[in-house]
Design a protein around this ligand. Sequence first.
Ligand code: ADP
Ligand code: MG
Length: 213
Amino acid sequence: MPGLFITLEGADGAGKTTQGALLAQAFRALQYPVLETREPGGTPVGEAARRVLLDPSLTGMAPMAEVFLYAAARAQLIREVILPALAAGTVVICDRFTDSTLAYQGYGRGLDMDRLQSINHWATEGLAPDLTLLLDIDSDEGLSRARRKGADRMEMETAAFHQKVRHGFLELAAKETSRIRVIPAGRDIFEVHRQVINAVREKVPELVCSQEG
Ligand SMILES: Nc1ncnc2c1ncn2[C@@H]1O[C@H](COP(=O)(O)OP(=O)(O)O)[C@@H](O)[C@H]1O
Ligand SMILES: [Mg+2]
C-alpha cells in the first residue's frame, strides 16, 4: 500500500503546527498510520541544522549557506524518515518542505529559482508531495501570532521580506494548482481545520473533521 505525502506550508504563525496535529488526529481516527514531522528537523542531523538556522545570534549567515543547511536537513529527512515511512504505507504530514525554500530563499531573498529547484530535487531524490496545504495569512497577523512564542532568526526579518514570501507562496500555488491548495488561515482554528479536511478529502474521501478542533 503506498503512503500519502502531505506538506503544510505558509508563514510562521499561519497555523501549520496546529493544523498538522488536527489533521493527524483525523487520520488516526480512521486507523491510518500517521507520521508527523517537520523541516528543518525531524532527525538528529536535521534538528542540529535547525538550531543553527534559527539561532538569532548567527546574524551573518550567507544566503547560500542557509540554502545548503536547509537542503542538508531535507536530504537527511527524506532518507531517514519520509521514504521509509511512505514505503510502509504511512501518511506523512510534514510541516514545511520544498516550497518554503522557493518562497523564502527564492522570492524572499532573491536567489536563482532554477538553482533552488535543482537543489530541492537533489535533496528530495525527486520526491514531491501528493498534496500541499498552503495556509495563507496576512503577514502582520502571522507574525503577531508567531511572536507570542518569541522571535527566531527568520522571524526577525523585515515586514517587506515577509510580504515577498507570502506573495511567493501564492505564486507557487497558482503555478501548481493540482498539488497546492490555498487555505485562508486567518479564521478560527476549527474553521481552518474544516477547510483542510475538505482539501484532503480529494485524496481520502472518508476523512472527517477531528472533534478536538
Ligand atoms: N486559526 C487560528 N486563530 C488564532 N490563533 C491561532 C490559529 N491557529 C494557530 N493559532 C495560534 O497561533 C500560534 C502559531 O500557530 P502555529 O500552529 O504554531 O503556527 P506555525 O506552525 O505555522 O508557525 C500558536 O500560538 C497557535 O495556538
Ligand atoms: Mg510551527
